[in-house]
Structures are given as C-alpha cells and as structure tokens.
Design a protein around this ligand. Structure first.
Ligand code: FAD
Length: 439
C-alpha cells in the first residue's frame, strides 16, 4: 500500500497558490483533505480561542463550502470536524494509516502549538509545514525574527524592494481520498445564514473581487479614499479573504504590479503595497513576541492605567457610549462583521482613553466579531493603539469630535448606523458613588 497523506487546512482555504497542497499532491498516493471548525460556543480550532460571531461563522462556512466544491473538480472532498483538530486528526491517523501530514505555515504561538503537539505525539509520521501566507520568503529577509526592527518604518525601508515570493499554480491533480465523504457537523448544516452579508466567503468570491477591484480603477485613488468609514469602494476590502487564506498577499501584489504596468502606477498603488507591508510586519511581530502579544503591558515595560468597568465595556460593545461616531462604528461591526481601518482606530482609542478599559477586552471582542480577524494584525494594532506596542510615539489618542468633523462632516455615517441613538451617560452611581445599573 502507498503513502497516505492528510492535508490540514487552517487559514489557507484555497487551492491556487497553495505550495503545501502542491507538495502533498506530488508526494502521497492517497490524500485526506481536512479542516476543523470550532464547536459552538467553545474553543476555536482554526485560529484562536474564543467564540465566533454569526458573521464570522458564515464567512468561514462559505469558505469551506467553496473549497469543498473546488476539491470536487479533483474528485476530492473536504472532511470537516467540530471536534478539536488534534482529536479529529488522531482518529483519521488511526483509521487510515496516515504517514504524512501537510499544512501551510501558520502565525501564532497557540496555533503553532497544536502542530507541535501532533509532531511530538506521532514521531513516526512526517509533518510538513510548507510556505505561509506572507509576502516574502523568510529566508530572503536580511534579519532573523528576534532582530525584527522595533518600528514599522525601519522594517519597511529594509524590505520594500526585496523580491516577493513567487506564486505557485493550482495542482494539476490531487491523489484520491481513502475516506468516504462524511456529513458536516450539525452545527454547520443547521447554521442560520444571513441573506444580507456584505462579503461572500471562499476562494471563488476572492478571485472575482480581486479581478473586479483592479478592473474598477479604484486602485488609482486608494490613498485619497482609504480613510472612509462606509461603503465598498473606499478601500480594497481584501482583508476577509486574506485572513481566511482564500487569497494570498502574493496574488494581490501580482495583480497590483500588472495594474501598475498596464494602467497606472502612482502614490495610491504604492500605498496598497505599503498597507500590505503593515500586515507583513505584524506577522513577524507575532513570531518575535509570541505570547507577549496578549500581555497587558504588551512588548513594553509599562502597564497602562485602567480599571474594570463592566458596564462601560458592555456599552462599548453594543454601541451605546456617549460618543456617536464610536457607536456607529460598533453597530456597523456588530451588524456586518467589518469596520473600516479609521473606525477601528477610533473605537480602540475610545476604549483605551475615554473609557479607561483594558485594551485586551477590545481586542478579544474584535477577535469574535471581525470576519477579517487576523491574530497578528488584530493584537498588533491593538497594542500599537494602547501604547504598549510598536508605536515609537507610544501614546495615540484620537480627538473623537475632530475626527467626526473630518470623516463624517454631514453626520451621514452616524445617522445610517444610529450612533446618536444611545445613552449619553457613561456611568451611573448611587448617592454614595457606588456604580449601579442604568435602570
Ligand atoms: C484596532 C485594530 C484592529 C485590527 N484588526 C485587524 C484584523 O483582525 N485583521 C486585519 O486584517 N486587519 C486588522 N486591522 C487593520 C485594518 O484595519 C484592516 O486590515 C483593514 O481595515 C481591512 O480593510 P481593507 O482590506 O479594505 O484594507 P485596505 O485599506 O484596503 O488595506 C489593504 C490591506 O492591507 C492590510 N492592512 C491595511 N491596514 C493594516 C493595518 N493597520 N495593519 C495590518 N494590516 C493592514 C490588510 O491586509 C488590508 O486588506 C486592525 C486595525 C486596527 C486599528
């Protein structure tokens, strides 16, 4: 009997430009394609611990369905479990005598730990992590992870002219699966879908969006429009697909370079690359700082001054603070699973400065809600805004009134998302100054 392999899909839910899948296709005779989703309300296996919002779950489910559909063209199918990845893979190893396991390199100390546990538990099995979802080949970087520059600007100057990693084509062929298709977990089958989602998950939708974005000409004005708050056109909207690996940064940069050659190369097209470099920076930042990404003092020695105000946090999450712009952004997030970059900066600044809360609550809430949740970008940006991360200035408070005037001068965004429809009191106290519930 030949070699049986297992391909463990995580945040690489695509067939094109998937170096690990190509390698598995070449090396084994039979192949099981596997992914796990978090059990409802329990540990999250694909990315991070936590609970997924309905928006995030829908995007993930659609991405898995699309992948399964594309695998069908290779006479393959996706096995999906909502047991922990480790338990589910252990069962498949025993049932199918698997000798090789493949996956794409994944960022994150806890995500990598799962892979390490498997490698230790099964020393007789070959474990292969091939490629990653980054722009550059780590081997081509002129520094080791531990010497990552402490600011984005220094990093950018070092890397921006390096060659990007070449993309790899879709495999011509995939080995057949030794396992029969299985029904997907009931939690997925019974999932109540929203019909008003902003984004459709999956590689097919990602490729269509990539194509349409560059065909639309919007790339030529990105730098002027990128700070918008609402709508599909002011920024690229690549992030949900990037975060789930339905699209890789290399594919985006390939199309960007083509646009620059065939249509126009200007400040705006450069700025799309510049922003993708921010994403890249945070991936290395997560490699370097491992669990400190989740520490209250971040990578600094300073512990922010905060207190525990559960009511304030609840108000922030629900979009019912005394700050209309923040409320509008939070309601947009709760309703769609997406928020603009400008909005994320404002709500994070408000949580840290106006509300005096521990920044990690905000980061954890976004982890639950964002359909583009990316461990490194989310926690890295939050640290930056909380003044405990890679910001050389160390402290950044946005003036919410001024920001509202600049970015929502006519109040249309606030009106659309009912940001004014809120309680203008932040804290309720009794006569002796003890906190009490609002009613
Ligand atoms: C508090 C906070 C939390 C964030 N959490 C996430 C997250 O979980 N996932 C995520 O992908 N981005 C996160 N970002 C970064 C940024 O807000 C989003 O990447 C961006 O809004 C996504 O929309 P877009 O694709 O239209 O971005 P565009 O403006 O079109 O940018 C193009 C791409 O560049 C990258 N990018 C842009 N800005 C940043 C940035 N500041 N940091 C890292 N990468 C960037 C993204 O991959 C994005 O898709 C966060 C920012 C803040 C301030």
């Amino acid at each position: 009997m030949g070699q049986v392999g297992l391909f463990w899909f995580t945040n690489d839910l695509r067939i094109d430009n998937n170096a690990a899948l190509n390698r598995a296709a070449r090396e084994v005779d039979k192949l099981i394609c596997f992914a796990s989703v978090p059990p409802a309300g329990n540990a999250l296996a694909i990315n991070q611990p936590g609970q997924l919002s309905a928006n995030r779950m829908q995007f993930l489910l659609e991405s898995l369905e699309d992948l399964n559909h594309s695998l069908g063209a290779y006479d393959q199918h996706l096995i999906v479990s909502n047991d922990s990845s480790i338990n589910a893979i252990a069962q498949l190893i025993t049932q199918h005598n698997i000798s090789q396991v493949y996956g794409t390199g994944i960022t994150g100390v806890y995500e990598s730990r799962q892979w390490q546990i498997m490698t230790k538990r099964y020393p007789m099995i070959g474990f292969h992590q091939v490629g990653d979802n980054r722009i550059f080949d780590p081997a081509s970087l002129p520094f080791q992870t531990e010497n990552l520059p402490d600011s984005f600007s220094k990093f950018r100057r070092i890397v921006e002219n390096l060659e990007i990693k070449p993309t790899v084509p879709k495999p011509n062929f995939l080995p057949p699966s030794p396992a029969q298709p299985q029904p997907w977990p009931a939690q997925l089958q019974q999932f109540q879908r929203s019909t008003t989602a902003l984004f459709a998950g999956g590689e097919t939708a990602a490729s269509a969006h990539l194509h349409n974005y560059f065909r639309s000409g919007l790339a030529s004005t990105y730098k002027q429009t990128r700070n918008g708050l609402d709508g599909m056109d002011y920024s690229t909207k690549f992030s949900p697909w990037l975060a789930n690996g339905c699209l890789s940064p290399g594919q985006i940069i390939g199309d960007l370079r083509q646009y620059e050659q065939q249509v126009e190369s200007n400040d705006s097209t450069y700025w799309i690359y510049f922003e993708l470099l921010w994403r890249e920076y945070f991936q290395y930042y997560a490699d370097k700082h491992t669990a400190r990404l989740f520490a209250f003092s971040g990578i600094s020695k300073r512990r922010p001054t905060t207190s525990f105000y559960p009511q304030r946090f609840k108000k922030w999450c629900a979009g019912s603070t005394p700050y209309p712009i923040v409320n509008a952004c939070m309601k947009q997030l709760n309703s769609t699973g997406y928020m603009s970059n400008r909005g994320r900066q404002l709500v994070a600044s408000c949580l840290v400065h106006e509300l005096g809360l521990d920044w990690r609550y905000g980061a954890a809430y976004m982890e639950q809600q964002l359909i583009d949740y990316d461990m490194a970008s989310n926690w890295g940006n939050w640290q930056y805004l909380a003044g405990v991360g890679a910001d050389p200035r160390g402290h950044r408070q946005f003036n919410l009134a001024k920001q509202t005037q600049t970015y929502d001068p006519d109040g249309l965004f606030i009106e659309r998302w009912q940001g004014n429809n809120a309680d203008s009191t932040l804290d309720y106290t009794d006569a002796a100054d003890w906190p009490v519930a609002s009613q």
